[in-house]
Design a protein around this ligand. Structure first.
Ligand code: HEC
Length: 405
């Protein structure tokens, strides 16, 4: 495929370059909480039920239980405790993800932190005291990325048997367990091994056991009643969960965010090693701008309230527009630029890499970059994104302030 130049000549854009801001420290909210607890400055409430610290932990980390996703594939750390009758809960916000497994004392936590990539923790659900352990060896890294970057956060639609046992995917290399999914994955290929609540019209997905795989990798139809579910009560005992929902909008948002975070951390790592190749920059921008997003076959609606709570605290421009506003009719977001541009992961990019991203993004939004890869963005999209950023992002290079479409 031929591509028109993404960057207009650098000399012409030199005036756009942001003053080299010092690299912002990337806070690790889990380490901060751990320190406050150890110093006796804070307290986590232990509930004398299956949840233990879970509820108060989420409250302290600013994670809303309506973000709950439920995954029953036996593909993770505590897989022997996980199955279709006991799916694992995963909760998230922009910086933290928390895993909770029924019948386990170990809560699993991940955050994108400092320059080191991801940080992995467990929290022992012990009434005596909340004890965090940080893992810097292969305990978590053997799946989440030995180098702490790739793949990092994981969302995968992995072939599983009816009981959640993964079936290896043959490949040219070693057989794989994960079919990673993101916003570019066609709807019909998503969510094998996950529960999903919400409506999506005539579109079908592989969640809720709709598809099962036999050991030889053959795919066949699975359970009945798997699409457009408002409740999972006939699948497992939802009363033992913090929330009965596995909200489709939360899942699609996390699917976007997981890959976006992995890409931002990957860009930071590359830049620190001394190279942020142009292809990596283009791929990052294409993902940020949703240009390869799989179109929605039908409108989507969630069940948990996530659709309302997620945009509630968003930075908004004078017209009330925010990058966190959902569309959900033909695409995930109304204004197709990732809200992760406000995240700690973005802010922690080395200043030069951030400047390169801003410079290239500016060229795309103002129409100076006409490469076909970004042609899907309409003029209205570009104009809205530019205007939203102009009033909600404080570290833009000076030229952005004046630009108008
Ligand atoms: C055997 C592979 C494996 C190991 C080891 C593993 N995980 Fe995971 N983890 C996964 C997979 C796969 C997912 C995605 C959800 C799923 O399929 O269960 C996941 C998801 C998560 C999530 C939710 C965010 C996300 O990436 O989707 C957290 C938090 C998490 N793991 C924490 C940990 C921690 C902490 C450790 C180490 C104590 C760990 N994991 C070890 C495979 C693993």
């Amino acid at each position: 495929m031929t591509r028109a130049p993404l960057l207009i000549p650098l000399a012409a854009l030199a005036f756009l370059t942001a003053a080299s801001a010092p690299e912002a420290p990337r806070p690790d909210p889990i380490a901060a909480l751990k320190a406050r607890l150890e110093k006796g400055l804070d307290h986590l409430k232990f509930e004398d039920n299956a949840f233990g610290y879970l509820k108060d932990l989420l409250a302290h980390l600013g994670v809303n239980p309506d973000s709950q996703m439920l995954v029953y594939s036996k593909t993770s750390f505590q897989s022997d405790l996980i199955g279709p009758d006991k799916p694992r809960s995963v909760f998230f916000n922009d910086t933290v993800a928390v895993g909770y497994v029924q019948g386990s004392r170990t809560l699993e936590l991940m955050t994108a932190t400092a320059a080191e990539g991801y940080a992995f923790y467990s929290l022992d659900n012990d009434p005596a005291a909340p004890r965090f352990v940080r893992y810097q060896d292969s305990t978590c890294g053997r799946c989440h990325g030995a180098d702490n970057y790739a793949p990092g956060l994981i969302v995968a639609s992995s072939p599983v048997a009816a009981d959640g046992t993964p079936v290896f995917i043959p490949s040219d290399g070693p057989p794989r367990l994960f079919n990673f999914t993101d916003q570019t994955t066609p709807f019909a290929e998503r969510w094998s091994g996950w529960y999903v609540t919400g409506t999506h019209g005539a579109a079908t997905h592989q969640g809720n056991g709709a598809v099962v795989y036999s050991e030889d990798g053959q795919r066949r139809p699975g359970a009945a009643n798997t699409q457009n579910l408002m409740s999972l009560a006939d699948k497992f005992d939802t009363r033992t969960y913090l929330s009965p929902h596995a909200d489709i909008v939360a899942l699609m948002t996390f699917e976007h965010q997981a890959r976006m975070t992995n890409m931002l951390l990957g860009a930071g790592a590359a830049a620190r090693r001394g190279g942020f190749p142009r292809t990596q920059l283009e791929d990052l921008l294409a993902y940020m701008l949703f240009v390869d997003e799989a179109p929605f076959p039908a409108p989507v609606a969630g069940t948990s309230g996530f659709t309302q709570s997620f945009p509630a605290k968003a930075p908004r421009d004078a017209k009330g527009r925010a990058l966190r506003d959902f569309d959900l009719t033909t695409r995930l977001f109304k204004y197709p630029l990732s809200y992760m541009i406000y995240s700690a992961s973005f802010d922690a990019l080395p200043a030069d890499a951030r400047t390169e991203i801003y410079t290239a993004l500016y060229a795309i939004l103002t129409g100076a970059d006409t490469s076909p890869r970004f042609a899907r963005l309409t003029r209205d999209d570009r104009k809205a994104i530019l205007e939203i950023l102009q009033t909600t992002k404080s570290d833009l290079p000076p030229a952005w302030k004046k630009a108008a479409l």
